[in-house]
Design a protein around this ligand. Structure first.
Ligand SMILES: Cc1ncc(C[n+]2csc(CCOP(=O)(O)OP(=O)(O)O)c2C)c(N)n1
Ligand SMILES: [Mg+2]
Length: 730
């Protein structure tokens, strides 16, 4: 281990340091490592006694945490630490008691209030950011976190508090030379998001330390199955701008040296670092795994010989840093502390069942409230004439522009959203710039600069993962997914990360980012992969607000609400409506907002309620107008505008009046968004109904290219007309 000074007499050794670590620090390192291991042992016992419900250990990985803890600063640097980083959490300041509180699922578990498994760290004061269980989903968020620190350093005013929106509840702190730590296992390097993160860290030279804790196994799968050639260092060596280290991660002294060099490199702004630490996994993967099923005894013995706890103990003895008595004393102290912590945790209050819905959304800012309900202020037109109506695309662009002026925390990125990544072309006025495939972000990079509006790599998880990390730090990313059809690579982030940050950390962290997505069909030629809907997949996710405007004015008002809100929002923009004549409006001014969860009565009526949203709204309007003309049926047309939350009260009011309902949507009929509305109507308004509730939606197939097929698949005016008529006349 470390510098070989053991031949020297004891007196001389007092002054000797070990790669810069003092003898006192080495004792401290041992205390942390031993504590970490003993917590695992205690938890294993507790699990066997059925006093806790899950256990995963940091055994074999302790030296990394102890070493990193001497180099990185809690509350200053940022930490995305995976489940084997118990020693790191201790080194940063987490207490054994806090860990046992999580293990028993106590109300006062500071990481999650009993919501997450043990070893899923979240301690806001330490900048230890809430972790989840999917392997690898932390890495892109760490990239976003590092980017946020850099952004605030360049835009310090953006960090200031402001009232009237999410900023009131989102304190920002940053340091110009801060570093973000992210760790993962050898198996996790197989996840695509790992490579997407390397890409951006490298390209942007981010102050980010990747730590791969290579224990040779991902549950039962050995490293050579994950990593061609068996060594991740060799594979990543080609990434530019990195500082690389490959070390024995069971040796705290060697590991410390690697961290000193890596972190120094990051703090100087040279770029990211990659520490590949070879460690061991002396216990099975978790208590649900028995490694003897796939690892022979001899291999396990080889690992055991490298156990960092016993090696460190031997090292301290050999170096004369602690004698046997000293070691025994330290261990006894730790064991007593742990016993007391376990006893207290077992007695601690458990969470109350009625708290389960707390912190799904911001407890501070309610986007359905009256403060988000403001009146439009239209410009006066030239020569006293009415102002020119603008398209939905125009108004979204104008809203983004005004909000960017108002709030310097807003950054915009995505595929093709910049005017021109080679900004010298823009500066020399050689090109006009692109600004999005639908031009929704046109001119924004030109006006606000490349650090506020920029292109991402062609990688959707990259976009959403980074946005999540940025939003956790207090930025307001308003990112774009170019086509809904391609949102799926980001699904892990959208289903398991962004909307869960607040709930799973028991309000310790939040990530109110806005994801704008171009959605929908009726494009004549859009075909399978440029026409998809699928909003119900996202309204099924608690914690995510889902908005789907049908016209320019609502789009402007709802987008502003989305941006100022304290919750993550999926903002669905129908491509067919971007430039439609239907629903154009003059710009409603820089403070116009539409609250979430408030439907709009597009046309009042008494005979049947038609509940819909998005591009079906103009089609349903045609149908109900024709129905009135030809049959004298007065249908009430309701545009939900916001899908989660949705305006149940408006539906109740309407159906109580008409006693009949049709629910229409563009997506496939079965399991679609309308199913929930119809179920609620059936359950709660049964007594009011004079006819069965009908759904009108797409056929349960894919959207085809040939317009004859597309028309047959997507719901048309005629389909709506017939269904509404039948229900009205039932
Ligand atoms: C995305 C995802 N797939 C599968 C799992 C189940 N799982 C949990 S840990 C693990 C192995 C991780 O191995 P590695 O990255 O080497 O970390 P180690 O546990 O060895 O430290 C697997 C497959 C998961 N949590 N997340
Ligand atoms: Mg592993």
């Amino acid at each position: 281990m470390g510098t070989k000074t053991y031949a020297k007499p004891v007196e001389e050794k007092a002054a000797v340091t070990y790669q810069g670590l003092s003898r006192q620090q080495l004792i401290e390192a041992y205390r942390i490592m031993y504590t970490s291991r003993r917590i695992d042992d205690r938890e294993i016992l507790l699990k066997r006694q059925q006093k806790i419900f899950f256990q995963i250990s940091g055994a074999g990985h302790e030296a990394i945490g102890a070493a990193a803890g001497f180099v990185l600063k809690p509350g200053y640097d940022w930490f995305y630490a995976y489940y084997r980083d118990r020693a790191l959490a201790l080194a940063l300041g987490a207490t054994p008691y806090q860990m046992f509180l999580q293990a028993v699922g106590a109300a006062d578990d500071p990481s999650s209030g009993g919501r997450q498994m043990p070893s899923h760290w979240s301690l806001p004061k330490l900048n230890l950011v809430t972790q989840s269980s999917p392997t690898g989903s932390q890495i892109l968020q760490a990239v976003g976190c590092a980017e946020a620190g850099r952004y605030f350093a360049a835009h310090p005013d953006a960090a200031k508090k402001a009232s009237g929106d999410y900023r009131e509840f989102k304190d920002v702190h940053f340091y110009p030379d801060e570093v973000t730590y992210v760790s993962l296992g050898d198996g996790t390097t197989s996840e695509g998001e790992f490579w997407e993160a390397l890409n951006t860290a490298s390209n942007r030279r981010l102050p980010l330390v990747f730590v791969v804790e290579d224990n040779q196994y991902a549950i039962s799968v050995p490293v050579e199955v994950q990593t061609p050639g068996g060594n991740i260092s060799r594979l990543v060596a080609g990434f530019p701008n990195f500082h690389f280290e490959e070390i024995d991660g069971t040796d705290p002294v060697e590991t410390y040296g690697a961290f000193v060099r890596s972190v120094d490199n990051c703090r100087r702004g040279n770029g990211p670092a990659f520490i590949h630490a070879h460690v061991i996994r002396p216990y099975s993967h978790s208590l649900s795994d028995d490694e003897r099923l796939y690892r022979p005894e001899a291999e396990r013995q080889r690992d055991a010989a490298r156990d960092p706890i016993s090696r460190m103990q031997m090292f301290l003895l050999r170096e004369g840093i602690l004698d046997e008595k000293g070691i025994n004393h330290l261990e006894k102290q730790v064991d007593e502390e742990l016993q007391a912590a376990v006893d207290r945790a077992l007695e601690a209050d458990r969470p109350k069942p009625q708290t389960v819905t707390q912190y799904i959304y911001s407890p501070n800012l309610d986007p359905t409230s009256a403060s988000f309900d403001t009146q439009p202020v239209f410009p006066s037109g030239a020569d006293g004439k009415k102002p020119t109506p603008k398209t939905m695309a125009d108004l979204i662009n104008a809203t983004l522009r005004d909000e960017m002026h108002r709030d310097e925390r807003i950054v915009i990125f995505g595929e093709d959203v910049a005017d021109c990544s080679r900004e010298q072309y823009l500066q020399a006025k050689l090109v006009k710039g692109k600004g999005g495939v639908f031009k929704l972000t046109s001119g924004l990079q030109y006006e606000f600069g490349t650090d506020r509006v920029f292109n991402s790599p062609l990688a959707e998880a990259n976009i959403v993962g980074r946005a999540t990390g940025m939003a956790t730090r207090g930025l307001k990313p308003v990112v774009e997914i170019q086509f809904f059809d391609y949102i799926w690579p980001a699904m892990m982030q959208l289903r398991n990360e962004l909307p869960l940050i607040r709930w799973r950390s028991n309000n310790g962290f939040s990530a109110p980012a806005v994801i704008r997505v171009a959605i929908g069909g009726y494009l004549t030629g859009g075909a399978i992969y440029h026409s998809q809907c699928g909003e119900s997949i996202f309204t099924h996710i608690p914690g995510l607000r889902v908005v789907f405007p049908s016209n320019a004015l609502d789009a402007a008002g709802l987008l502003r609400t989305a941006i100022r809100s304290d919750d993550p929002v999926l903002f669905l923009e129908h491509k067919r409506l971007y430039r439609e004549t239907f629903g154009r409006a003059p710009y409603p001014g820089p403070d116009f907002m539409v609250p979430f969860g408030k439907a709009k009565i597009v046309q009042p009526g008494t005979d049947v309620s038609v509940i819909t949203y998005g591009a079906v709204v103009p089609r349903a309007l045609q149908a109900v107008q024709r129905l009135e003309r030809e049959h004298g049926v007065k249908a009430e047309l309701i545009d939900l505008r916001c899908l989660s939350p949705f305006d149940w009260e408006a539906i109740v009011a309407s159906v109580s009046k008409t006693n009949r309902a049709v629910v229409a949507y563009e997506d496939c009929l079965s399991w679609g968004y309308g199913a929930e509305i119809v179920a609620r109507i059936a359950a709660e308004l049964f007594d009011q109904l004079d006819a069965p509730v009908r759904r009108v939606a797409a056929k349960d197939t894919f959207v085809a290219y040939q317009p004859i097929l597309e028309n047959a698949i997507l719901p048309q005016v005629d389909d709506l007309f017939r269904a509404i008529q039948q229900v009205a006349e039932y």
